[in-house]
Design a binder for this molecule. Sequence first.
Ligand code: ZN
Length: 173
Amino acid sequence: MAEGEYLEEERDRPRLIIKIQEGQNEININGGLVVSNYQFTYNEKTYELGEDNCSYLMDDEDNPVAGIEIPDILELLNQAEEVNFDLKYYGQPCQNCRAGKEEKAKFFKFLEYHFYIFTKNGEYVMSSISKEFTNTSFTRLLKEGKTDNSFIVSVMVCINCGEYSVEIEQCDV
Ligand SMILES: [Zn+2]
């Protein structure tokens, strides 16, 4: 890619996260759109996913996706009709609280949810939990040339401390 093109693209790309208002769970994006943290309840415990308790966002190594960051993920979750986190057991403890490590647990409890995102030329287009997606399908988007790749997004929340991470991986076609 020529240097000029790169700069152009950088300039046109919206700058996310201008400020996090203290005491309010709101992230102000581009001075206009306000995205709230995402909240859900599991076993009577409320979990809140925000920018401050995200340990990492891991993009696909070979095909990184442009145009999707943590605030976008939170917005998608907030706009989705139905989001259900399931209990999963991982071989590694939470890096934040290490719950179960002292007790020498073999498995560690996390709450996991996944959805899909579709891209075109490496840029985010739509997700499987977007409102627009209710009127279409991945096959249709492919046929219409609106997408050329799909990825699975996993949101993994520590059941103990609520710290979470997000991983984006290309789906095997
Ligand atoms: Zn934890």
